[in-house]
Design a protein around this ligand. Sequence first.
Ligand SMILES: [Ca+2]
Ligand SMILES: [Ca+2]
Ligand SMILES: [Ca+2]
Length: 227
Amino acid sequence: MEEGRRKKEKERWRRQKGRIYFPILFFLLCLGLSVYGASVEKRPVSDCYYSTNHWFPYPANPAYRYQKIDEATPNNDTDYVHEANDGYLYAFNPQDFTEGGAIDSVKLIWVYRKTVDDETEVFIGRGYVEESFFNQCGIWPTKLPDLSYGIYSISWSQDPCTGQNWTSAGLNNDNYGFGIKTGALLGGNEVRATQAYIVVYYTPGTQPEPKGIIEIDPGMVEGGIIR
Ligand SMILES: [Ca+2]
Ligand SMILES: [Ca+2]
Ligand SMILES: [Ca+2]
């Protein structure tokens, strides 16, 4: 008799523990998601600036450069932009960032290769359009290309054009783009860029208050003690 009662008590306690722990775990999960942030990829939707005779699109038609680098999976030599002279820049504008929340950092990714085994240099970075010229912001590090397509990236915790924290308005402004530049090309050899995009790391805005957290079943309370 006593044994049966104890068993029942134990069973009841186990159920109660579940009722208490599940909402706590749910709350911690929500907290984790809002604290640790999220990320989203933004692909090219327009050309920020290009000179009409550099960083040629391949195939040539349609002529929009950004359409050669906008695929979600790099398609290598199927379509690309290419350049065979020293010191020319091209930049794209990514899809607007509309997710909201605070932007923690932005990572720029370019996928490219050289076609001749030489001393070709490639720089990637952020820049802005001023009087029909694309100017670079911040430092554009050299990312030496390989003969096969490789992934090259740079990350900024602040917008290198303003030296301030990223804002969605700044990120979405079409006068500011994400670029690529050739350097020290020897003998007019070629660089092909087949894919580019940015990854925006952000902390989502205040989430709606999750309901039902640590909701206590009145039946579980006896004399003010949660049993
Ligand atoms: Ca494409
Ligand atoms: Ca934009
Ligand atoms: Ca491509």
